[in-house]
Design a protein around this ligand. Structure first.
Ligand code: ASP
Length: 363
């Protein structure tokens, strides 16, 4: 850390200490003095990642590389048919096909590997790790990603469970206006007969809440050498338009890790996270001296401020969708914030695995 950054970091640490002394309620009690040296091993994840952080932490304790530890941690959730948001059992796209997205970033080498719209492979994070390790590329998509996985010995199998297929059939029978194709009155573009579009500054108000089914697992880990990595894996938005890529496999959007600063990840409405480079921004905010929770909250404020479409806002002008951000700093400080109440995150360190509440931006 250079001197300026270190100074900012220490200034922020004392602010956090002051806030804590003033009894400011944070969802997380900072066990680590911010600005202090790292105190790994530590793993954090989205709220559905309790088993993932526990597994990752055990592997870190055994000296396993941080990227390997988190990929093996999230694999438990990817292979769980009862988690309908990730890997096997994930909800399909509008055609009934499960397409998965994942990214891994390895702090010590600053390398990334991602797969998007991969089909028939249960564990996309493991494939993303192989892209990172075995290729000079960062992202493989669709058929190419599946072929790459099969070439490495990953088993091709049908990922659509009976439960997910029935949920998809129910959606098909009822979806009406709630698919991802905007109705003319939901668009903020008008087209003439030649197809030329004009942006309408204020889209027609439509405050109906759009029911998104979201779910993803993010996991970041820090070892006792101060090395860190991040990973995000998902089946994406349910009933999405085939070929849709969410934020999860996009470096800087659904996940970002910088070994000198920290790691961050996102779950929730990927479109909003992509358009604000959410995870990269969270890491940048930590570099500017914010605590992880402050950095997560600042990203959500940015997203809220830049959300213009009426269909995505409630009658108070707040985003009506959920995004939860997770962040971990190199010194072992960690936190999470969510756009709407209800977000949770999982942590495992030497105090064991536990689930904590993310700090909501809006009530
Ligand atoms: N962020 C994921 C996506 O947009 C979905 C989710 O987290 O629920 O694909």
């Amino acid at each position: 850390m250079n001197n300026i950054n270190r100074r900012r970091f220490l200034a922020a640490s004392s602010l956090t200490a002051i806030a804590a002394a003033a009894g400011k309620t944070n969802a997380v009690t900072w066990r680590h003095e911010p600005g202090d040296d790292h105190r790994g091993p530590l793993a954090i994840a989205s709220g559905n990642g309790l088993k993932a952080v526990e597994r990752a932490w055990e592997l870190l304790k055994q000296g396993r590389d941080t990227a390997e530890a988190i990929v093996l941690g999230v694999k438990i959730v990817e292979e769980d048919p009862n988690d309908m948001s990730v890997g096997y059992g994930g909800l399909p796209n509008e055609r009934g096909v499960v397409q998965l997205d994942s990214s891994v970033m390895h702090g010590p080498t600053h390398k990334a590997g991602c797969v998007a719209c991969i089909e028939n492979i249960k564990t996309p994070a493991s494939v993303a790790l192989e892209v990172l390790r075995r290729t000079d590329h960062v992202m493989l998509v669709g058929k190419g990603a599946t072929e790459f996985a099969v070439a490495l010995g990953f088993k091709e199998e049908n990922l659509l469970t009976e439960r997910a297929r029935k949920a998809w059939l129910r959606w098909k029978a009822n979806h009406g206006p709630n698919d991802d194709w905007l109705n003319p009155e939901q668009m903020d573009w008008k087209f003439d007969e030649n197809g030329n579009g004009t942006h309408t500054a204020v889209a027609q108000a439509d405050t109906s809440e759009i029911p998104y089914t979201t779910g993803t697992i993010h996991c970041s880990a820090l070892n006792d050498k101060g090395e860190l990595s991040g990973c995000t894996t998902t089946s994406g938005l349910s009933y999405k338009i085939p070929g849709r890529v969410g934020d999860s496999p996009i470096i800087g959007a659904g996940m970002y890790a910088d070994n000198q600063i920290g790691s961050a990840g996102a779950t929730g409405r990927g479109e909003a996270v992509i358009q604000s480079c959410g995870s990269f921004l969270a890491v940048q905010f930590m570099d500017m001296g914010m605590t992880p929770t402050e950095a997560c909250t600042a990203v959500l404020k940015r997203i809220a401020d830049r959300t213009k479409q009426h269909r995505l806002l409630n009658d108070k002008g707040e985003p009506n969708f959920q995004v939860t951000m997770y962040a971990m700093r190199k010194d072992g400080a960690f936190g999470s914030a969510c756009m709407r109440p209800g977000g949770t995150f999982a942590v495992c360190d030497d105090e064991g695995p536990r689930r904590l509440q993310s700090v909501p931006l809006f009530g």
